[in-house]
Design a protein around this ligand. Structure first.
Ligand SMILES: NC(=O)c1ccc[n+]([C@@H]2O[C@H](COP(=O)([O-])OP(=O)(O)OC[C@H]3O[C@@H](n4cnc5c(N)ncnc54)[C@H](O)[C@@H]3O)[C@@H](O)[C@H]2O)c1
Length: 294
């Protein structure tokens, strides 16, 4: 089964999804200690920026926010009409096609270089081990390998210049997990691991990396997530523009982990320190899903 969609439990602080079972105690995590090392490419102003999957949802909001901040934006999307519409709106260039392999065309379209690359395109593949191999492969291809291929193309330019910024739209499912969606959860964990690896390997050489890990965001992907999305994501869902604002704030602070839903840090701490408690809570969500709407 292949299904597009979403994220991991709960809503924002004070309005968590009903039934979210993990009682947590706020824990202070060293989530913001990454500043000041990476070369500043002006953050956003004057940046030559690329957004994959920029024709809708979070990517379109990112393209608009970056353009409003003074960036010149190349908008990639599998859907050519969407890429062109958003590019026209933000005074940028459209790059229709698959996110993988977009870097050379983007570099040319932006006048010879890229400062800021948003690896945002993603697919919300649902199901478990019974999902077909081609569904698992598609999730790996878009959610992970598109990031790897982009970095492979970008790093020589960035290392030579001693600056560059890579923004990976991951998901709270990359830190936690999403009920009903093993391919999505597994590939988002991999996307987060890749972003971490890039950051730990290249931060002393001027490369800044950000991992954006929202829970529910009101986009087509969330709307297509079905019962699991309705149960764990919709109650705390935010607008794509809020994610874009969080990204720009994270860039300004050179912060690796960008959490548009701040409570994700607390869930993540529970998962790390008391995994059985966290799994028991997640299993209760699974049982709620199986028993259907009350
Ligand atoms: N919506 C959520 O609740 C949510 C939460 C956390 C993370 N995310 C992540 O945010 C990113 C954007 O999701 P969204 O909710 O805006 O989705 P969306 O479905 O609203 O938009 C995604 C866009 O990406 C395009 N796209 C899909 N595959 C592509 C490919 N291979 N190459 C180029 N473009 C492609 C689609 O045509 C679409 O225009 C994804 O990586 C998703 O996993 C979404």
């Amino acid at each position: 089964m292949r299904r597009r969609g979403g994220e991991q439990p709960a809503g924002r602080a004070g309005r968590r999804a009903e039934g979210f079972p993990v009682a947590y105690r706020p824990v202070s995590l060293p989530l913001t200690g990454n500043r000041g090392k990476a070369g500043d490419v002006g953050g956003v102003r004057d940046a030559r920026a690329v957004v994959t999957g920029g024709g809708a949802g979070i990517g379109a909001a990112l393209a608009r926010r970056l353009a409003a901040g003074g960036a010149r934006v190349a908008v990639n999307d599998l859907d050519p009409a969407r890429a062109r519409a958003v590019a026209a709106e933000v005074g940028g260039v459209a790059l229709p096609g698959d996110a993988s392999g977009v870097v050379p065309a983007a570099r040319e379209a932006l006048g010879g270089g890229i400062d800021l690359f948003c690896a945002n395109a993603g697919v919300g593949t649902g199901g478990g081990p019974e999902a077909a191999d081609d569904a698992w492969s598609a999730a790996w291809d878009v959610n992970v390998m598109a990031h790897v291929r982009a970095a492979r193309e970008l790093l020589p330019e960035w290392l030579e210049r001693g600056e560059g910024r890579f923004v990976a739209t991951v998901s709270a499912a990359g830190l936690l997990s999403m009920v009903g969606a093993a391919p999505y959860s597994v590939t988002k964990h991999a996307a987060l691991a890749f972003a971490e690896w890039l950051s730990l390997t290249y931060r002393h050489r001027g490369i800044a990396v950000h991992a954006v890990c929202p829970q529910g965001v009101r986009t087509d992907m969330l709307r297509a997530t079905g019962a699991a999305g309705d149960l764990v994501l919709a109650p705390g869902a935010i607008e794509p523009e809020e994610v874009a604002d969080a990204v720009v704030a994270g860039i300004a602070e050179d912060r690796f982990l960008i959490l548009p839903h701040p409570e994700v840090a607390e869930y993540s701490a529970v998962r790390a320190t008391d995994p059985d408690r966290w799994l028991t809570g997640m299993n209760r969500l699974q049982q709620s899903l199986e028993s259907g709407p009350a």
